[in-house]
Ligand binder design. Structure first.
Ligand code: HEC
Ligand code: HEC
Length: 335
């Protein structure tokens, strides 16, 4: 009896020590590791994935979320500003969808509170998919494969916009990129970074970049002015957060973008004007911190930024169910 009690006690003690050493190996830094995301709704994720790749949600029948948030290219289109329905030029650069679930709000100006609210926007927007919601729902409703799948996920054969956006949002929740070399270092692996990369991180932190770029996404935790110490000359007409709050003080304030996988998400800034990470780092140093970096310092910071690339979501291309005879035809040239 007594032995049992002791070994039980020791077992608990060992478990407790194990847990606390694990927690204490996460270095105390302004950047936190990304946690893998395990969905409790795998069927909803699969449906959301199909909808993310579904060009029939666009008027033209050729534009899907993946057109501009290409998951083979870091969740973006690598264009200065996006091109939508009828080759319409959008006003801003497409942010990545990778790790966007970690941000405090969606869009450069934060006008959508979360991923589900965000997902309704692009389907209908003239400069994106150009598809009235009612027609998008009619298309889905005419495809038997979708009706069955919506029923099994949501328990209803009547497809609503809420279901569409909820499924897309659940899929997007899975698009996190843990296990970058920087996260391995955060979790205690001293050998995960080279001396140059570590020097770059120290410079990034000590010069104040982490005041804005922090948390698990290395961004996405606040809205900040672009051009704190020097004004930013932009080619884009957008005014940033002021469009949401109506406050003059929020002009040119933007959601701080994530720097995760930033080596994939060029070009940079809301107007896509910076082509390289070196250029973006130089501009950030001058405009946000009043600091002019030497070339070698820029190279160190850029080397660090490249350690933020994590494990990309492993996806097999979804097969989309065929249209039926009743499915409305796409209209690529519709106004
Ligand atoms: C024509 C290109 C285009 C298409 C198609 C498109 N997007 Fe976007 N997406 C953008 C652009 C550009 C922005 C930034 C707009 C802004 O901030 O004003 C954006 C922003 C986002 C954001 C916010 C990310 C962040 O960090 O703030 C998410 C999430 C997103 N899109 C998901 C989707 C989904 C889901 C679809 C499909 C239903 C979709 N997008 C279709 C171009 C596109
Ligand atoms: C005062 C807050 C602040 C500080 C400090 C700051 N940034 Fe930024 N950073 C931002 C904002 C806001 C943007 C978006 C600006 C825009 O798009 O117009 C941004 C954008 C970026 C981008 C482009 C990301 C993309 O996807 O477009 C990079 C790279 C970047 N910052 C790196 C840095 C580095 C390196 C430092 C330190 C030298 C730094 N930042 C300091 C707020 C800050």
């Amino acid at each position: 009896m007594r032995m049992k009690a002791i070994s039980l006690f020791m077992g608990l003690a060992v478990a407790a020590v194990g847990a606390s050493t694990l927690a204490s190996t996460v270095r105390d830094e302004p950047i936190k590791p990304i946690e893998p995301y395990v969905s409790e709704h795998p069927e909803k994720v699969q449906l959301g994935k199909k909808l993310f790749f579904e060009p029939r949600l666009s008027m033209s029948g050729i534009i899907s979320c993946n057109t501009c948030h290409n998951l083979s290219r870091g969740g973006t289109d690598n264009l200065k500003t996006s091109i939508g329905h009828k080759w319409a030029a959008g006003p801003v650069n497409a942010p990545t969808v990778l790790n966007s679930s970690l941000a405090l709000a969606q869009f450069w100006d934060g006008r959508a509170a979360d991923l589900q609210e965000q997902a309704a926007g692009p389907i209908q927007a003239d400069i994106e998919m150009g598809m009235p919601h009612a027609l998008a729902l009619e298309v889905l409703q005419s495809i038997p494969g979708y009706v069955d799948e919506f029923e099994s996920v949501f328990g209803s054969r009547e497809i609503t916009l809420d279901m569409v956006t909820a499924a897309i949002a659940e899929f997007e929740e899975t698009l996190v990129t843990p296990n970058s070399r920087f996260d391995q270092w955060l979790l205690g692996d001293d050998d995960a970074l080279t001396d140059k990369e570590l020097a770059g991180y120290k410079l990034f932190k000590d010069s104040g970049c982490t005041v804005c770029h922090n948390g698990p996404a290395v961004g996405g935790t606040s809205f900040q002015r672009m051009g704190v110490l020097e004004p930013y000359q932009s080619t884009s007409p957008v005014e940033g957060r002021a469009a949401v709050t109506g406050k003059d003080a929020d002009r040119f304030s933007f959601k701080v973008p994530t720097l995760r996988n930033v080596e994939y998400t060029y070009p940079y800034f809301h107007d896509g004007e910076a082509r390289t990470l070196e250029e973006a780092t130089d501009i950030m140093g001058r405009l946000q911190l009043g600091r002019v970096y030497e070339e070698q310092e820029i190279n160190q910071i850029v080397a660090f930024l490249k350690t933020l690339t994590g494990d990309m979501p492993r996806l097999t291309l979804p097969m989309l169910p065929p249209s039926s005879n009743d499915t409305p035809a796409p209209d690529p040239y519709a106004d």
